[in-house]
Structures are given as structure tokens and as C-alpha cells.
Design a protein around this ligand. Structure first.
Ligand SMILES: Nc1ncnc2c1ncn2[C@@H]1O[C@H](COP(=O)(O)OP(=O)(O)O)[C@@H](O)[C@H]1O
Ligand SMILES: [Mg+2]
Length: 355
């Protein structure tokens, strides 16, 4: 898919802006605080219905204004969709082709964005939640069923934690929720196991293209119990073992909400032994891998690299650009970028308002 146009109204520092984008490489340059990341943020919002850096939607509304608007035209092969998002202080409205949508999954189906930002160099050494988020978002963009399992799991998990928090936990109810969690976890683990295997089939092709060196990167997944023939029995035992701690801490201590992934380079964990450069390449390759796991060419994700070029040396920059030319549509931001044969957009700061 590609974004043909985007119009922003009172979104962050942009009061009124319209952009036409092209296939393949779109390069956004401009001085610091010109509003490049703000544009990327609007693009990302189209894909998940939330920002990657705002805690609350109202932060997205331009200062002293009542509402922000994102209007975008998305092309998926022959299909054109118009998306309108209105963010007010009371809430927000999302429309696809003039029709209000209630479920975020409808938006998620229309736009798929892969985002890479400078802080992703910390992907492996940072909190497990970021790595689980990567897995959950990427898998759900490929299989809508997965998103359903995750939201059902989260609901049951909350129920189980509420039971544990109550003064006298109801044993029967607790067992019911435990069984449900085990069932849902089985589906989630099998999806995660499969997805990680698929990533490993392509990860080294990507890292080789990015570095020119043949090294072995491997993604590892640590399920709380493997999904095999003995899964249910083993999961029940694991929950039984964790029960004392669950009662004591009044929360569910094991399960897919606590799982993690890691990457090893030539057999050694990159979070512990890897250099910053190796971490950056591994994170970049991992983030790009879902692109190759979506088979339908028209549905392939839009790739956004926010402010990452300056962190790479010349050789890696050249390799990355060459690699990105294979993609349907890419957005690259930076203060100064000299990239030939691309759609170059200069982002300018608006005149300062006088109060
Ligand atoms: N809600 C808002 N209203 C007005 N300006 C905002 C808002 N949120 C952020 N900004 C401004 O946007 C600018 C940062 O834009 P950003 O996209 O991060 O810049 P860059 O081009 O460096 O990526 C800052 O000057 C910030 O004050
Ligand atoms: Mg920025």
C-alpha cells in the first residue's frame, strides 16, 4: 500500500499542510523542530489509531486549537481509501470513505506502517514490553485472528488479576480464568513460534544486504511453555507452580504477557555482547522483516525511518538506501540528506505566532 496524499490541520505544529507523496523513496528534510517527526507521527497514527510518542491524543492538537485533523488517501493496488481522523478534546472520530468506524481493527487493516526511530537501537537492551509490542503488532498485521486472541487474553488476564486482588479469591472462578488463559495462550504461542521461525528464514538475508558481511543473526523466542503435544498439561503445571506467588503478589506472574524475544549474533546475545552498531543493524533488520512476511504485494507495509540516517556511517547509509529502493513506499527524515532519485520534501517551520 502507499499513501498518496496527506493533509494535516492543526496537528502538532502544522496548522495547515498538504503533501503529495510518491512511490518508493520520500525524503523529508528540514531543520530541527521543523515538524518532520510530527508528520511521521500522523502517518503512524493512520496505522494503529495511536501515536508512538504521545501519552494522550490531545497532545496532538495544535496549541490553542480545538481539534486536529488528518486526511489521507491510501492506495492498495486498484483500491483507493480516504481516511479522515478528527481528534477533539472530547474524543476522536475515524472515518474510512465517509463511514464512521467503531473498531480500530478496521483501520489497522487499511494501513500498515513499519516505524524505525533512533531509540530502537535500545530495542534489545530495553524493556521486554517493547519487544512484545513489536511481535504483537507485526503478527496482527499479518493475521487478524491474532489481534482477537490478544485482546481476549488481556480481558481474561484482567479478570484473573481482579480475582487475585479480591479479599477472598473465589477458587472456582480463578480456575475458570486460568483454564481460559491457558487455552488462549496456546493459540498465541503457536502464532509467535511460527512467526519467529519465519523471521529467522529472512533475517540474515536482510542483515547481509545492510552490512555486506555474512554473519549469523538469530531471533530467539522464549514461550512460558512450548506449544507442542504436551502443552496443556505443562501449562497447567506451570500455573500450579506459580500459584503461591500469584496469591502473594495478587497478580498473574506467568503467561504470554511476560514473554520475551532476543537476538543473538554468532551465538551471543546482542543485548549483552553486541556493539551499538550491531544492535542498530539487528533492530533495523528485525523491524524490516515483517515487510517480507506479507505476501500480497499491494498490502506490503509503508516503511518509515525517522532520523536514523545520521546515526549510520557512509557505507551503511548507501547500503540501506539501495536496499530500500526495493520497497513500495519509504519515508526517510533527517536534517540534511543527499539522496538521489527520490521525492524530496522540504519541511519548513511556520512563522512564529505572535501572542
Ligand atoms: N501540540 C502542539 N502544538 C504546537 N506545536 C507543537 C505541538 N506538539 C509539538 N509541537 C512542536 O513541534 C516541534 C517539534 O516537531 P518535530 O516533528 O519533533 O521536529 P523535527 O523536525 O525535529 O522532527 C517543536 O517545536 C514542538 O514545540
Ligand atoms: Mg524529529
Amino acid at each position: 500500500m502507499i499513501i498518496k496524499t496527506i493533509s494535516l490541520r492543526n496537528f502538532r505544529n502544522h496548522s495547515s499542510f498538504h503533501f503529495d507523496f510518491s512511490n518508493n523513496l520520500n525524503v523529508l528534510t528540514g531543520e530541527n523542530a521543523a515538524g518532520k517527526t510530527n508528520i511521521v507521527e500522523a502517518i503512524y497514527y493512520l496505522s494503529l489509531g495511536r501515536s508512538f510518542r504521545a501519552n494522550e491524543d490531545i497532545e496532538l492538537i495544535k496549541r490553542n486549537q480545538d481539534q486536529a485533523e488528518i486526511n489521507a488517501t491510501i492506495e492498495e493496488g486498484e483500491l483507493t481509501r480516504k481516511i479522515k481522523i478528527k481528534i477533539t478534546r472530547q474524543g476522536r472520530v475515524i472515518m474510512i470513505n465517509g463511514k464512521n468506524i467503531q473498531k480500530l481493527s478496521e483501520l489497522a487493516k487499511c494501513v500498515n506502517v513499519i516505524l524505525f526511530q533512533p531509540k530502537d537501537v535500545m530495542l534489545f537492551s530495553g524493556p521486554p514490553r517493547d519487544r512484545r509490542n513489536f511481535l504483537d503488532i507485526s503478527i496482527s498485521k499479518k493475521s487478524a485472528m491474532y489481534l482477537d486472541y490478544i485482546s481476549r487474553y488481556e480481558k481474561v488476564l484482567k479478570e484473573r488479576n481482579d480475582i487475585l486482588k479480591s479479599e477472598k479469591p473465589d477458587r472456582t472462578l480463578l480456575d475458570v480464568t486460568t483454564d481460559l488463559l491457558i487455552k488462549l495462550s496456546g493459540s498465541i504461542i503457536s502464532y509467535r513460534q511460527m512467526y519467529v521461525k519465519d523471521i529467522n528464514d529472512i533475517l540474515n538475508k536482510i542483515t547481509r544486504a545492510l552490512t555486506g558481511v555474512n554473519e549469523k543473526f538469530e531471533l530467539k523466542y522464549y514461550p512460558f511453555v512450548s506449544y507442542d503435544t504436551d502443552y496443556t498439561e505443562n501449562a497447567k503445571k506451570a500455573f500450579k507452580r506459580a500459584e503461591e506467588s500469584d496469591f502473594k503478589h495478587k497478580q498473574t506472574s506467568i503467561g504470554v504477557h511476560r514473554e520475551d524475544i532476543s537476538i543473538s549474533l554468532n551465538g551471543r546475545d546482542i543485548a549483552i555482547f553486541g556493539s551499538q552498531g550491531e544492535n542498530r543493524i539487528a533492530a533495523l533488520a528485525l523491524k524490516l522483516s515483517p515487510y517480507f512476511l506479507i505476501e500480497d504485494k499491494d498490502k506490503k507495509p509503508i516503511v518509515v525511518l525517522d532520523d536514523v540516517m545520521s546515526e549510520l556511517d557512509d557505507k551503511h547509509q548507501q547500503r540501506l538506501i539501495k536496499f530500500l529502493r526495493k520497497f513500495n513506499q519509504v519515508f526517510i527524515t533527517g536534517t540534511k540528506l543527499d539522496i538521489p532519485d527520490c521525492n524530496h520534501l522540504l519541511i519548513k517551520k511556520e512563522e512564529k505566532e505572535v501572542f
